[in-house]
Design a protein around this ligand. Structure first.
Ligand code: ATP
Ligand code: MN
Ligand code: MN
Length: 377
């Protein structure tokens, strides 16, 4: 049999924000292994390697068809020697030895389990790993000192590691919408993060809140949280005060990708319908089968933005992380501008560029508009 006629090579741009990256693409058999190596590099705190593997995977997500041979990769940007070796091995042998070894390694598995605890970063996880700890129960068993976030993370570990469905995200959206409108009539709630990009499941639900009257949104986070708490909907919350208001230095002073919006990392108590709750029953054979837990824990991120920064905040909180990273890199390297979740600053002309929609921001940046559903870089 002959293979299909050789087609012209597709041109793929080198910045993720110049490409369309749909949710479903043709090369998961390559991107998933590359992302394992990226994650492992992250665990080793090797940021350069992490980004290199993420970029390689991302380029493959933008391809209009399945990669079958190495020639299909000709002229593609961002594919380094190491990634190419991994891809070649997968194309030839069906799997990469390095990826398989990584997945099986005790360190990778332990780091995955430990960083899977809400509130645990790579540094703590690595310290615990070197002390011989392997999973969240080891943290409890050995009486590790945990902060409040990590305690909640351990308590709700199983629930928080179960994917959140779109349906659950919608149910939470209804609850938060009610809370927001009750404390501030006219307030606007937007679903951001992965669900805005069209994902079917997520690790959390992300929201951005604003009000068309500038300043009206100030101080609304505590009120929203109180409303939710009074309804018994909150299992945990930690608010970060908006340091932007406190320090009064312009938005350009925000440390690189961290923004200064008033924000809350929380865990919601979501009532479950009968069909959903049965599957979470405990040990095998237990009679809880019909009457499993009536609720589950879900991670929710809330951010409040002033109306004047809403477009930038929406763009910044929609992701994906690599898409965001490349937007900032594009702004800096190609346009001499500085992009944050608050604003876009033109460093040559020394002024801020106003935007009331994401489309305007892409225009300011000299980029073709990419809709949220194609930002899955
Ligand atoms: P998932 O389905 O796993 O939740 P996601 O794309 O929604 O995928 P999140 O970690 O929830 O991932 O992040 C959503 C968006 O919020 C991303 O665009 C990310 O850049 C932004 N973000 C996350 N954490 C911060 C932070 N600490 N400061 C600023 N922006 C952040
Ligand atoms: Mn998310
Ligand atoms: Mn989030």
């Amino acid at each position: 049999k002959t293979s299909p006629k050789p087609s012209a090579h597709v041109a793929v741009k080198s910045y993720a924000c110049q490409r369309r990256s749909p949710l479903n693409h043709h090369n998961t058999f390559l991107t998933e292994p590359l992302e394992i190596l990226a994650e492992n590099a992250e665990f080793m705190e090797n940021e350069g390697r992490n980004i290199a593997f993420r970029r390689s995977a991302s380029v493959l997500k933008a391809l209009p068809r399945v990669v079958r041979r190495m020639e299909d990769l000709k002229n593609l940007p961002c594919l380094g020697g190491h990634s190419l070796r991994v891809i070649k091995e997968i194309l030839e042998d069906g799997a990469s030895q390095e990826v398989e070894t990584t997945k099986q390694s005790e360190q990778f598995q332990a780091m995955k389990a430990l960083t899977g605890v809400f509130g645990v970063g790579v540094k703590s996880a690595d310290r615990w790993f070197r002390e011989g700890l392997r999973n969240p129960s080891d943290l409890i068993r050995t009486g590790q000192k945990l902060n409040h976030t990590q305690q909640a993370g351990v308590r709700y570990y199983n629930d928080l590691n179960k994917p959140v469905t779109k349906k659950e995200a919608e149910a939470i959206s209804d609850m938060v919408g009610k809370a927001v409108r009750a404390v501030l009539p006219g307030a606007i709630l937007t679903l951001t993060g992965g669900f805005r990009r069209g994902k079917e499941v997520g690790h959390d639900v992300d929201f951005l809140i604003t009000h068309p009257e500038e300043g009206a949104e100030e101080g609304m986070m505590p009120k929203v949280l109180k409303w939710l708490e009074d309804q018994g909907l909150l299992l945990y919350q930690k608010t970060t005060r908006n340091s932007y208001l406190e320090s009064r230095d312009g938005p350009e002073r925000a440390p690189h990708h961290m923004d200064r919006f008033e924000r809350c990392f929380s865990i919601f108590k979501l009532e479950q319908t009968k069909e959903c709750s049965g599957t979470t029953a405990g040990a095998a054979g237990m009679s809880e089968q019909q009457s499993g837990p009536s609720w589950r824990a879900v991670r929710v991120d809330l951010v409040v933005s002033p109306y004047s920064q809403f477009a930038y905040a929406t763009l910044g909180w929609t992701g994906s992380k690599l898409f965001e990273r490349d937007l900032r890199r594009w702004a800096g390297q190609e346009r001499g501008m500085s992009l944050s979740n608050h604003a876009l600053y033109d460093s040559k002309r020394h002024h801020y560029l106003h935007a009331s929609s994401e489309e305007e921001i892409f225009t300011h940046l000299g980029l073709e508009y990419i809709p949220p559903s194609e930002r899955n870089a």
